[in-house]
Design a protein around this ligand. Structure first.
Ligand code: UDP
Ligand code: MG
Length: 321
């Protein structure tokens, strides 16, 4: 028997956040104590190597409002979030935030009341970012490029921090794609969505758990999953190469016929050979990327593996995989 039926679930992925957990838990507990609705907090341990796992286990055993799942290894933020969404029980929806207190949990009330006005998705727009200059710049450029090339209207500067209604969570849970860009999938689903501006805080402590490689991978997932631009780009490049070679040919013929000039071709030849070699390799690379994505998807592996779930203060190690 569940101790209570939550109306809203907080979903928080955690990876090596032992230094942030005490403060995060404090702030979430305060919100739960004061809230007029039933809340649960789903904390997903994404294969942490510090003490986060132990802290979360203890927490879920002592306070049944905390619903903890431990993944079998580090699956990455997007999949940890996916795992959290799959177990969240909130009957009205979920409130997604990061575990490093960059997204203030206290905004729950504001987001929830917007949802009550009839919005299925209430997403946060990062007005100001307290982050190093190059990261802010990279985010700025990425979101603007994505907006230009994506075939859906992904809002600018919105991350995963959001309130998502139950029916949208249900759709997300049914989407089997393995390379996940959740903010894009959330937009793709539709219904009524609205953005709320907020100042993104600095990470409370510790370093970012998104390595440069993971961040690039996330950006590429956004581009490949929500835009046909890479393929079109190859076609444009091909078109440009063909038209420039035709122009070149015409100029050679004209020079020969009217000015009796024979073109000395070695440098031009070398240039063209290298150019075309490069274009072809690029094209193969882009096609390869699509094939790779089809390959990974076709394996149909589960997107994440839950090793342990602690629900209503009870430990469950025998989960269906
Ligand atoms: N995170 C995770 N798995 C990872 C990387 C990050 O669960 O492989 C969590 C992390 O603990 C944090 C959230 O995802 O709660 C966002 O990560 P982070 O703050 O490092 O990203 P940033 O804010 O620097 O983009
Ligand atoms: Mg962060």
């Amino acid at each position: 028997m569940p101790v209570f039926t939550p109306q809203v679930s907080f979903v928080i992925p955690v990876y090596n956040e032992e230094s942030n957990l005490p403060m995060l838990v404090d702030r979430v507990v305060k919100i739960m104590d004061q809230s007029a609705i039933h809340l649960e907090a789903v904390l997903v341990d994404d294969g942490s190597r510090d003490n986060s796992r132990q802290i979360l286990q203890q927490l879920a055993l002592s306070d049944p409002r905390f619903h903890v799942i431990l993944l079998s290894r580090n699956h990455g933020h997007q999949l940890a979030l996916t795992a959290g969404l799959s177990v969240a029980r909130g009957s009205e929806g979920v409130f997604v935030l990061d575990g490093d207190l960059q997204d203030p949990p206290e905004l729950m009330d504001t987001f929830y009341s917007k949802h009550k006005e009839g919005y299925d998705v209430v997403y946060a727009i990062r007005e100001k970012r307290k982050e190093v200059f190059y990261k802010r710049f990279a985010y700025f450029i990425f979101y603007r490029i994505l907006k230009k090339i994506a075939n859906i209207e992904i809002p600018l500067d919105s991350g995963d921090f959001s309130f998502i209604s139950r029916r949208v969570v249900d759709v997300l849970n049914k989407m089997p794609e393995e390379s996940r860009f959740i903010r894009g999938m959330r937009t793709w689903i539709g219904f009524k969505q609205i953005g709320i501006a907020y100042d993104r805080q600095e990470r409370a402590s510790g370093d970012s758990k998104y390595s440069f490689g993971k961040l690039v991978q996330l950006a590429l997932n956004g581009i490949y999953n929500f835009s046909e631009f890479p393929v079109k780009f190859v076609m444009i490049l091909g078109g440009l190469a063909i038209s420039s070679s035709v122009l070149y040919l015409i100029s050679v013929i004209i020079k020969k016929m009217f000015f009796d000039q024979v073109i000395e071709g070695f440098t031009a030849l070398l240039f063209v050979v290298i150019l075309f070699g490069g274009i072809q390799l690029l094209a193969i690379g882009i096609l390869g990327e699509y094939i790779l994505r089809i390959f990974f998807q076709s394996k149909s592996r589960p997107n994440f593996i839950i090793e342990t779930e602690i629900l209503d203060g009870q430990v469950n190690n025998e989960l269906e995989i």
